[in-house]
Design a protein around this ligand. Structure first.
Ligand code: PMP
Ligand code: GLU
Length: 387
């Protein structure tokens, strides 16, 4: 069949692909340790699962408004108030089928053909594809591992042209685990206002932060920047709910209205029982969030410490997420080759950095038990000794 020009060049999400390949191998009985998972290993907390069961049993199985049900929109407004000091009207909020869907909607809403969107690199695989699917072009702002992947202000400013439509802000960042402090965000906010740009802020890892770090939403830095920002978040990572598919965004009312209409012609509402689960997540006891965060921090420490002991590998300390992004330049192989050898010879799955625009690194998720992480790290150590 003739595939449209729009989809002809699209490639599958490598993060999802490596994860499902590792899962399939495990299921087939192959002894694999997977560092590929882009999702918490914890089960969704019981009170959230129970809320979904109760919703199903009481007949909450029909359509809701396309942009999500009013109670959930209220809960999202309260979340923004409580966690980010942001006040939004109900008309500014749209619930979608995951943060990925919210991001897709956001790019569709603001990009026109010929526009450019600045994306800091290394970047999550999906951003460039979504920008292209919206008819715009990604422009990469290279950041340096040696400088903690911070923003080079002059470099950023030099990338802004007449065609620049938006800057993507991803903090904490998948895959590097880096996160911006207030200074960098204030610079980005000021630049957006001065050069008439929008910001799309992906805050999905907001709660997975370490050592007391607090993630700041750029929208909270002032009324003017708030009016230029689409904030994207969701319940997937914070509440171990990746399979439920609920994300949300907050945007200026006119943009949210366009997104809501767009969604009413594409997916309609996100699954109704999942909306009830998300409602329980956002309004229920938040103790589960801190419990999981603490476990991730312990595992991060284990990963960073052991990786830095392996000759040829160096690993920066992530401020957030559940990924480390070790530099493997010292092993003398590009990331795709290394990832493929690690799978075949060491029976460990990692995501090659090339997927994120960084061929000297690999991404290793620590969303797994300490026992499995240690076993995988033992294998990595043994493999490196053979090089
Ligand atoms: N943004 C980033 C940076 C992510 O890593 C993910 C995880 N896939 C998402 C957005 C989307 O999350 P969701 O599962 O809610 O679609
Ligand atoms: N965010 C996860 C990852 O980067 C999930 C996979 C995906 O949606 O791409 O691995």
């Amino acid at each position: 069949m003739k595939v449209s020009a729009r989809l002809a060049g699209i490639s599958p999400s490598l993060t999802l692909e490596v994860t499902s390949k590792a899962k399939a191998l495990k299921k087939a009985g192959v002894d694999i340790v997977s560092f590929a998972a882009g999702e918490p290993d914890f089960d969704t907390p019981l009170h959230i699962r129970n809320a979904a069961k109760a919703a199903i049993d009481s007949g909450k199985t029909r359509y809701t408004p396309a942009k999500g049900m009013a109670e959930l929109i209220e809960a999202v407004r309260e979340k923004f108030r409580r966690d980010n000091g942001l006040e939004y009207s109900p008309a500014s909020i749209v619930i979608s089928c995951g943060a990925k869907h919210s991001l897709f909607n956001a790019f569709q809403a603001i990009c026109s053909p010929g526009d450019e969107v600045i994306i800091p690199a290394p970047y999550w695989v999906t951003y460039p594809e979504q920008v292209r699917l919206a008819g715009a072009e990604p422009v990469y702002l290279e950041t340096e591992e040696s400088r903690g992947y911070g923003i080079d202000r002059e470099k950023l400013e030099s990338l802004v042209t007449e065609r620049t439509r938006a800057i993507l802000v991803s903090s904490p960042c998948n895959p590097t685990g880096a996160a911006y402090g207030r200074d960098d965000l204030e610079f980005i906010a000021e630049l957006a206002c001065r050069r008439d740009l929008s910001l799309i802020s992906d805050e999905i890892y907001e709660k997975l932060v370490f050592d007391g770090f607090e993630a700041i939403s750029p929208a909270s830095l002032g009324e003017e920047v708030k009016e230029r920002t689409i904030v994207v978040n969701g319940v997937s990572k914070t509440y171990a709910m990746t399979g439920w598919r609920i994300g949300y965004l907050a945007a200026p009312e006119n943009a949210a209205k366009a997104i809501s209409s767009f969604q009413s012609h594409s997916t309609s509402n996100p699954a109704t029982p999942s909306q009830y689960a998300a409602l329980a997540a956002l309004t229920g006891d938040q103790g589960c969030v801190e419990e999981m965060r603490r476990a991730f921090q312990e595992r991060r420490d284990l990963m960073v410490e052991r990786l830095n002991r392996i000759a040829g590998i160096t690993c920066t300390v992530p401020r957030g997420t559940f990924y480390v992004f070790p530099n493997i330049a010292g092993l003398g192989k590009p990331s795709l080759e290394l990832a493929s050898e690690l799978l075949d010879q060491a029976r460990i799955a990692v995501v090659p950095g090339a997927a994120f625009g960084a061929d000297t690194n690999i991404r290793m998720s620590f969303a797994d038990s300490a026992e499995n992480l240690n076993q995988g790290l033992d294998r990595l150590e043994e493999y490196v000794k053979t090089l």
